[in-house]
Design a binder for this molecule. Structure first.
Ligand code: ATP
Ligand code: MG
Length: 582
């Protein structure tokens, strides 16, 4: 069929992608990553004997594409250097955490294709040890129980331009602090009445060193420790020590923790920890047309702007999975965008390129008619039925072939037919011929209209001598369209997705991100007709619907208990060609 022009893959899009590919997408992909250099040097100099990293999510929401980056970076580096990567839940805040999130995060990491070292770990498993270390600091004169109110604690801290003031409780004897700390732990202190603070330097230019809080009183039920604890460690007091307990060599995080590093090092310096991990920061992943903040994603879910955390328009790992992205395309995306310390926004087009690239190579082809128009072949025997065969992929013989029933009644897409064609219309026109993909040439002979004048059926004839070959008399048939035989067609619903936001930087847009939602981000098409072979499709299976794009079978059924196919992405970058034309 290679000789025929196949409508749908528009030439300008192909050019754009090739151009893109030549410039920045040359194989093998190995983008810059300064962490690689650090790891290599640390191993060579003996600073570290092996690479041990960790991914430390807080189970207070679903993972998003930014977390996917962090996962790929941490697990990827460990893999590359023959080391290990732990999965550790940073569950130090019982108010916002939940096992629903724990389960979803475990599933997402597995789906991305990574295996963690040993058991899943939890910060809460280290609560007893952290408490011992807090006592150690008090005994060493390096921490004290402070009774300033939260409000006063803030006032005493000072600002970026003004030094802080010492808390009146700073000089309290260690024995008194130890006794009060025990009261706090045992649940005999009200929330907000006392904190345990490190004694560092109230005039440090780094606010994180102005006697940071180590423990707060919180009478909450923790999803793992129940009501055992009435105090919870701060992120800063927990994180580095957990790294040390687990023997982490490189604690990799995002740049917002850069100013916390001196404090991280201070704890490691002053506590009897079993290892000396070091923290390294890289720039967060920001993606155009996308918000990557758990708080905002949660708001989209809670205010029902989307169907849920796994809505295929969400940049959550579960949403991307339901949308049909492959783990390989996400890993490829992370590799291509590199790891650096300078903030930037990655064009969503790069992610879309990676998806198309993977699916083009790997997704089996199928035909599905999204806006069906009935075709009756007047010269095809009413009772007869043929079975044609088509390859599942144009260049992947290993993907095999599929059977295509062919009969007197077919479906084609309404958009592929015109009574009066516009210029350059190369599909089916009344009185003219078109090729049915993988089948015969047909000619449209007559239209049947309903009372309202709308076309409800096309009467056509087919040329039985054109299966896999051109018409013998040299007639030129330019267009090729997709079709589905009525017999055996799978009734289905198709959901077309577009970007969730209209503005490229939804966070910065006027009126905030919610004022920027794309009202046309979801279009549901009912009554679609897919080829018979798709009756065997399984949840999550991906296809290229020829001339329409890449689709993935949704886990849930649609109206009328029919299968639902989500459009992962179109065949070409409509946004790029739209802006090119503008
Ligand atoms: P959010 O900012 O969306 O609320 P978070 O940083 O609070 O996310 P955590 O569960 O604490 O979420 O994050 C786990 C890990 O993922 C951290 O090491 C964090 O640095 C990293 N991470 C979070 N967002 C991004 C991002 N956009 N790009 C790269 N890494 C990220
Ligand atoms: Mg965080």
């Amino acid at each position: 069929m290679g000789a025929f022009e196949y409508c749908g893959a528009r030439p300008e899009a192909i050019l754009l992608n090739l151009h893109f590919q030549r410039q920045t997408m040359t194989e093998p992909v190995r983008s810059s990553n300064f962490l690689r250099t650090i790891l290599r040097e640390d191993l060579e100099s003996g600073r570290a004997s092996a690479v041990a990293t960790r991914f430390p999510p807080e189970p207070n929401g679903y993972l998003h594409i930014g977390h996917a980056k962090s996962i790929c970076v941490n697990f990827g580096l460990a893999q590359e250097f023959g080391g290990t990567c732990n999965l550790r839940f940073d569950d130090t805040n019982p108010d916002t955490e939940d096992t629903e999130y724990v389960d979803s995060i475990i599933r997402d990491v597995q789906w991305l294709g990574f295996e963690w070292n040993g058991e899943v770990r939890y910060a809460s498993d280290y609560f007893p040890r952290l408490y011992e270390w807090a006592r150690h600091l008090v005994e060493s004169g390096l921490a004290y129980v402070c009774e300033l109110s939260p409000e006063d604690t803030r006032l005493y801290r000072g600002t970026l331009t003004e030094p802080g003031r010492d808390s009146p409780f700073r000089g309290r004897p260690a024995a008194e602090s130890l006794a009060l700390l025990e009261e706090m732990r045992a649940g005999r202190v009200e929330e907000g009445k006392m904190t345990l603070r490190a004694k560092i330097d109230m005039s440090s230019p780094n606010l994180n060193l102005r006697d940071p809080v180590l423990y707060r009183v919180k009478h909450a039920v923790h999803h793992r420790t129940g009501d055992t604890w009435h105090i919870y460690p701060s992120y800063d007091f927990a994180h580095g020590q957990e790294d040390a307990i687990e023997g982490i060599s490189h604690s990799i995080c995002t740049l917002e923790f850069e100013d916390h590093r001196p404090l991280y090092d201070w704890f490691i310096e002053h506590l009897p920890v079993p290892a000396r991990p070091r923290q390294y920061e890289f720039a967060r992943l920001n993606l155009s047309y996308t918000v990557t903040s758990k708080r905002k994603l949660k708001q989209l879910v809670e205010e029902s702007h989307v169907e849920g955390w796994d809505d295929p328009r969400m940049p959550t790992v579960s949403g991307l999975r339901r949308r049909g992205l492959t783990p390989a395309s996400l890993r490829d995306f992370v590799e291509r965008t590199g790891v650096s310390r300078s903030e930037s926004v990655v064009d969503l087009g790069v992610l879309e390129f990676c998806i198309r690239d993977d699916l083009d190579k790997n997704a089996p082809r199928a035909m599905c008619v999204l806006r069906p128009l009935r075709v009756v072949l007047r010269n095809f025997d009413a009772g007869a039925q043929q079975t044609l065969r088509a390859p599942c992929h144009p260049s992947r013989e290993d993907l095999g072939t599929r059977e295509l029933p062919f009969g007197r009644e077919l479906w084609i897409d309404r958009d592929d037919f015109r009574v009066e064609p516009e210029k350059d219309f190369k599909r089916l026109v009344l009185g003219q011929e078109v090729r049915l993909r993988n089948a015969y040439v047909i000619r449209a002979e007559e239209v049947v209209r309903d009372a309202a004048g709308e076309i409800v059926e096309l009467v056509c004839s087919y040329d039985p001598d054109t299966l896999g070959k051109n018409p013998a008399d040299g007639r030129k048939v330019k267009g090729v369209i997709h079709w589905v035989a009525a017999a055996g067609a799978v009734d289905c619903e198709v959901r077309l997705y577009d970007r969730l936001f209209v503005d490229a930087s939804p966070d910065a847009a006027e009126g905030g991100f919610l004022a920027n939602l794309n009202a046309r981000s979801l279009e549901i098409l009912a009554g679609c007709k897919a080829e018979a072979s798709l009756s065997g499709a399984t949840t999550g299976q991906r296809f290229q619907f020829e001339r329409e794009g890449y689709f993935c079978l949704d886990p849930r059924r649609g109206e009328g208990d029919v299968p639902v196919f989500n459009r992962t992405i179109g065949l070409r970058d409509t946004w790029a060609s739209a802006s090119k034309g503008a």
